[in-house]
Design a protein around this ligand. Structure first.
Ligand SMILES: [Zn+2]
Length: 102
């Protein structure tokens, strides 16, 4: 009977250990292969993807997909600057000309 309990305890410990390892993703090393989340191409981890992993990212993009993403990010900036320009320059200009008209 004691032998059976011992076996069950061992089985539970092994199960918890295996399950814990399966659900917890290990830190990738430079050169480890991964599939790009954008185009699915098999690429190797670089310093960029590893630092992204350290920041909590679990899906990674290849260099060209990352470049496209950065282009999208930078192309959105001018509209933000234009909005700021309108707010800082055009809005007071309209307010001042409005004052002169009144
Ligand atoms: Zn890609």
């Amino acid at each position: 009977m004691e032998g059976l309990i011992f076996l069950v305890v061992i089985a539970v410990i092994v199960y918890a250990f295996v399950k814990g390892n399966a659900s917890k993703s290990t830190k990738p090393n430079a050169g480890d292969p991964y599939a790009c989340s954008g185009c699915g191409v098999q690429v190797k981890h670089s310093r960029r993807t590893i630092s992204a992993w350290e920041r909590g990212a679990r899906s990674f993009y290849c260099k060209s997909c990352h470049g496209k993403w950065r282009e999208v990010q930078s192309s959105q900036k001018p509209s933000g600057c234009l909005g700021m320009f309108v707010f800082i320059v055009v809005f007071p200009a309209i307010a001042i000309t409005g004052l002169f008209i009144i």
